[in-house]
Write a protein that binds this ligand. Sequence first.
Ligand code: COA
Ligand code: AMP
Length: 633
Amino acid sequence: MSYKSIYRESIADPEKFWSEQAQNLDWFHVPDKALSTDPDGLHRWFAGGKLNTCYLALDRHVAAGRGDQTALVYDSPVTQTFSRFTYREVLHETARLAGALHALGVGKGDRVIIYMPMIPQVVFAMLACARLGAIHSVVFGGFAAHELALRIDDACPKVILTASAGIEFDKIIPYKPIVDKALNDAAHSVSNVLVYQRRMCLADLNEPRDRDWELLVREAAPADFVALDATDPLYILYTSGTTGKPKGIVRDNGGHAVALAFSMRHIYQCGPGDVFWAASDVGWVVGHSYIVYAPLITGCTTILYEGKPVRTPDAGAFWRVIAEYGVKTMFTAPTAIRAIKKEDPDGLLKNMYDLSALQYLFLAGERCDVATLQWAQQLLPGKPVIDHWWQTESGWPMLVTPIENGLVQPIKPGSAGRPVPGFQVHILDQNAQPLPPDEEGAVGVKLPLPPGCMPTLWKAAEVFRESYLSAYPGYYFTGDGGYQDADGYTFITGRIDDVINVAGHRLSTSDMEEIVAAHPAVAECAVIGVADALKGQVPLGFVVLKTGIQMDELALEAELVAMVRERLGALACFKKALLVNRLPKTRSGKILRRVMRNIADDKPYNAPSTIEDTAVLSEIEAVFKHIPTLKSR
Ligand code: COA
Ligand code: AMP
């Protein structure tokens, strides 16, 4: 069937369309109704259906004779460990870990925080929670103790799963002290911390709270899967929003499984036995959906890569992995391609490997600049490089250039493609009215959202409504701006809120402002994202000192950098803070961050009529003129 007819069906009768898609899964009880409304008045898919995501990802494949197929490849150039796990082995490990968790009192609906590096045990951990109906919340390893503590206090987990350390290039990062500090800072107390000891850095265990993972699992009896409601939460994934507090995105079991299975077939062109690789981290939504759940639900081989695109050991790392395991479809962030391009501009290292198995390269996580797309296209002739757009909230792609019978429709550089079946993506004006082609506005998705998208926020249905549904009635507001051309291709131009994307990592500038403003010398500040040649965007701070305080700019910068690193984490890449006399503001005191961003990126801007004093804009422009190196960092 053509993209157009599938898309049309998905929009004309979503309930019929998604009910048919749901039939591709093994339900314990098939849902009677596709779409309904919950007590909060929010849309829910497949209420009444019963299933288990771990069963779909493991047990049913083993039962169907796929037990000896490789489910998971662990490729870790940083530890020189390369291993494979069959579906039977992953099931065995997962069931015993689930048994160990069960013995610690973890059951359906309990939360479990997972703070781990990219090792196979993190996959077993997520699946073990899914098996028991416990709700996992994976926290990316680059977040500092304070951020982990915020998530502990919101999710109130019974147990934390961690490992003794992670590795970044060749730097060993002990995780356990971060967990200890977070638990010390958090108000909520957990009964147990399970620690997977990695030989290169053993953690001190504080018995009886801390338990040795391997010892516990060795003694555990395997646990069976539990039948769950389709609407029961599978996980909470915290993401940066416009407030200082991370938002707990909830993902349910039923809609998630249906959407991911659909996406593997119709977007990524993968079926059982295919090798799929998402070079991301399980701490991000891409890792949840496309390292763990989607490929395993589909019966693919998935790759867990504990390395980087460069310097582990070189810029040929990705090509080695593709060749070694016969990757058919790969997914990464444009930043990774830019990092490879920087170190191997002519792509010579690629010639050392046989990439014949590779059919498609998908890019997402941040805006893909045309130069990066074209460089990748030239490097991989005959293998479509496809930009596509989605978010933690959606859980799977909302825009992509469709592939029909193996043929990719025309790709328009700079565009993330056309709406994925189920998504009605519109460009809206301030009154929630769709704009004509080529006019830029807010990107909204008409309600109801298809299965797989977040149904609500953890313990915060009202915040969900306010943050996403109230600004443009009838639509889910994505936080992105963009425009659509007359052919229906959408061009995402960037966030129109305080979220920035640094090396494919989503961060909130308001989080950083809160930290910077806490410095005793700072009267007020603004943090904006400015263009960066490698990381897409990096944060830049503007700081006004308290009256009467004098401080050396570089000394202040060093202190602020250290504070952001300590509170938020190294991944923030907050490295630059500039002293200014005042910030551009409206008469009501709102800081004009968007205008500052445009000045920083050399883009045209309109100062609003409500500006307090236009002269301040010249002062900001002068700052950039005097620091030409800022943009080339
Ligand atoms: N645990 C602990 N620290 C981490 C971390 C983790 N999981 N991930 C990143 N960090 C730290 C890094 O060590 C670095 O610390 P440093 O300032 O002490 O050097 C800091 O956070 C910034 O990391 P990053 O922005 O990743 O920069 P980098 O120079 O280490 O690597 C790239 C640059 C481009 C190679 C890397 O960002 C990359 O591979 N990006 C692709 C991202 C991606 O796949 N995103 C998924 C979205 S789909
Ligand atoms: P995250 O929730 O971490 O996946 O980040 C989602 C945000 O990343 C989106 O709201 C966009 O701002 C940005 N993003 C992701 N993919 C793309 C893309 N293909 N093009 C432009 N922006 C993207």
